[in-house]
Design a protein around this ligand. Structure first.
Ligand code: DGY
Length: 312
């Protein structure tokens, strides 16, 4: 019997016509439950939870090739217990996600949402030297919460704007420090010192809620918070309260606690720029993500090691 791989239907147009030669593809419609069956591979989007219940229904499964760098939608321990390989799509989305992070930094510090609204609503009456004055990045401090590939790429981009860098990480990133002058700080110190704080840690048991009420209180009232990582790292209710109380200058968000739900308080707030999880949304990157997921499936089904495995 020919092996069959379940692949998220949204990836069809991003993949080559025969993504896993020798295997059949069953396209998995978004919103539909993960079906039971003798599927040997699964390529889900980040919105599909893959836990013990799903694995129970897929007894022949050999690989979950998540089409995302984040794997918080996949129960890694349950996969490991069943010998199912998990892979993700690192590197290929670093530049696109770092670019979007910088776009959000500029959007909030230069008040682009308020400016666009002014024009769209026909309220702009002409150049005014006092109008929508923003915050200048040159000489300001950018705090990278997490200095993995994306965090470091954001840091390198921020240097071009004349920003000073600090970062948190479990281990010092010496090369990054040498190249950028970045200083490694505790989270508390980074929050207190930074003019712009940007979140680049994965979502897991230790980072969920990391930027909560206490963390937000440590930030300068004039500071901005950016999150292009995962929504649950920031406590959304605490963030809204901080914004509404004027304890933060602005926020730029691409991710949310309960996607696709975006709290109305954020949508309406003039100092909150909210995007629909666009971090990796370029043609090149999305094709590369889908292609890397398929490459991982091909490797594992051929009995080779995965190209980008994720440990439990
Ligand atoms: C990822 O890959 O985890 C991103 O959130 C998708 O852009």
């Amino acid at each position: 019997m020919t092996d069959t791989v379940l692949i998220a239907a949204e990836l069809a147009e991003l993949l080559d016509p025969d993504p896993v030669p020798g295997a059949q593809v069953a396209w998995l419609a978004s919103g539909s439950p993960t079906p039971a069956g003798a599927y040997v591979g699964l390529v889900p989007l980040l919105s599909r939870h893959v836990g013990a219940a799903e694995l129970e229904r897929l007894p022949q499964l050999r690989i979950v090739a998540n089409c995302a760098v984040g794997v918080d939608n996949v129960d890694l321990a349950a996969c490991a217990a069943r010998g199912v390989v998990v892979t993700n799509t690192p590197d290929v989305l670093t530049a696109a996600t770092a670019d979007l992070t910088v776009a959000l930094i500029l959007a909030v510090t230069r008040r682009l949402k308020e400016g666009a609204r002014l024009v769209e609503q026909g309220h702009w009456t002409g150049w005014d030297p006092r109008q929508l004055l923003g915050f200048e990045l040159a000489g300001a401090t950018l705090g990278l919460v997490g200095a993995g590939r994306i965090g470091r790429a954001v840091g390198c981009r921020a240097l071009a704007f004349g920003m000073q860098l600090c970062y948190t990480a479990r281990e010092a990133k010496r090369e990054f420090e040498r190249e950028t002058g970045a200083a490694r700080l505790s989270l508390e110190d980074l929050l207190a010192r930074s003019d712009v704080v940007t979140v680049h840690v994965p979502s897991n048991a230790t980072t969920r809620g990391l930027i909560g009420r206490d963390a937000l209180r440590r930030m300068k009232r004039s500071a901005y918070l950016i999150n292009t990582a995962r929504g649950d790292i920031v406590d959304e209710a605490a963030l809204i309260a901080a914004l509404e109380d004027g304890r933060l200058a602005g926020v730029g968000l691409d991710v949310y606690q309960r996607e696709p739900f975006v709290p109305d308080a954020l949508v309406r707030h003039p100092a909150a720029v909210v995007l629909p999880h666009l971090g990796s949304a370029t043609v090149r990157t999305r094709r590369a993500m889908a292609g890397l997921a398929a490459t991982n499936v091909r490797a594992v089904l051929a009995g080779h090691p995965a190209v980008t495995p994720v440990g439990a």
